[in-house]
Design a protein around this ligand. Structure first.
Ligand code: TXA
Ligand code: MG
Length: 328
């Protein structure tokens, strides 16, 4: 085990490391991913070991451009191809029937594979030079909060990366979106929303002309298991109107952090972890705020739920999964 993984912004070093079977944590527009050569079962196995993730869970393969789609997928529905053409690079993952060459280590033995082209200039350079696909789940321990800066990756996974084997963190700054990609099941004529993200159901319908089903039946999406995205502090998710009441009900000895929209008037003595100005800003700040709550050893983080519209739906989804209790 390395002591702690170095941070670098050397794209060429990332490409060489990935070719040699090392792990490189990469910036994307959503969150940082822990990447390995998707055509090497051994490298992909090291990603699962570093995360402590069950091996039957599939990982997303990141591609350099939409032109690589047919190297990884077979029988892509035409509506899904249109989405890829319209929205890649971007925060959309398509779960499509896999090409016969895709490794079981990547798909968790399923007949489908998750694919996306991330919209981050640094990682697009890595992908272009690497040429192949990069398997990359979010660069956090299984079940924990996804990292949105290189420093968060080191805090989360530094001691699981092996610097002697060439593992490192490629720094691309803070992620612009802040929550994981929208995942759409695309194996038949019905688009299925498997995980909400910055690409919204309304956008999907507008682009495909098809209604989007919200039924993720029979697929393994660990990010949709009930407890996920969890910090160490207790998370109390509250609707905006319930904020004052919940704060008043907490014992005075409790160390409390609050995530509430800018302009919310909070009188009790709490740490203001984030004051998002809108839902995009909330998505960008959410995971940093939860991490800050942990680093301050807060007992409780009270987070106001955004409305279920736009990227607010994704923020709500992550908060409800992180939450120990919900006050409507
Ligand atoms: O924004 C993102 O999607 C980030 C960045 C790094 O790209 N990645 C990410 O990966 O969130 P991960 O592994 O933490 O979550 C990916 C989700 C998992 O819940 C996984 O089960 C699902 O995608 N997934 C991948 N392939 C799948 C498949 N063939 N069928 C169903 N779900 C799949
Ligand atoms: Mg994840």
């Amino acid at each position: 085990m390395g002591v702690s993984a170095p941070i670098s912004s050397d794209v060429g070093a990332a490409v060489s490391a990935l070719r040699a079977g090392a792990l490189v944590a990469l910036p994307t527009e959503t969150v940082y991913g822990l990447a390995a050569d998707a055509s090497s079962a051994e490298a992909v196995a090291r990603v699962f070991a570093a995360k402590g993730r069950p091996t039957n869970h599939p990982v997303i393969v990141h591609l350099p451009s939409v032109r690589s789609l047919d190297d990884w997928a077979d029988d892509v529905p035409s509506w899904a191809r249109s989405l890829a053409e319209a929205l890649w690079p971007g925060p959309l993952t398509l779960v499509v029937p896999k090409a016969s060459t895709v490794l079981d280590a990547v798909t968790g033995g399923q007949e489908t594979v998750g694919l996306r082209v991330p919209a981050h200039p640094v990682t697009l350079q890595v992908l272009d030079q690497f040429g192949g696909g990069l398997a990359a789940p979010s660069a956090n321990r299984y079940g924990r909060v996804s990292p949105t800066t290189a420093e968060h990756v080191v805090a989360e996974m530094g001691d699981a990366l092996n610097t002697e084997r060439g593992d490192f963190v490629l720094d691309g700054g803070a992620c612009m979106v802040g929550v994981e990609s929208t995942i759409v099941g695309a194996w038949d004529e019905t688009p299925r929303l498997l995980r909400p993200g910055a690409v919204t159901a309304e956008q999907l319908t507008e682009l495909t002309g098809l209604p989007v089903s919200a039924d993720p039946s029979n697929v393994r999406v660990p990010g949709s298991t009930e407890s996920h995205y969890s910090p160490a502090s207790q998370v109390l998710a509250v609707e905006a109107h319930a904020l004052d009441g919940v704060l008043a009900s907490l014992a005075p000895s409790t160390a409390v952090g609050v995530i509430a929209p800018a302009g919310s008037d909070i009188t009790s003595s709490v740490v203001r972890l984030a004051s998002p100005t809108d839902d995009d800003d909330y998505a960008r700040q959410l995971y940093t705020a939860l991490r800050r709550g942990d680093s301050l050893s807060l007992d409780v983080v009270v987070a106001v739920l955004p409305q279920e519209a736009g990227v607010g739906r994704a923020v709500r989804d992550r908060l409800l999964r992180a939450a120990n209790s919900v006050t409507a």
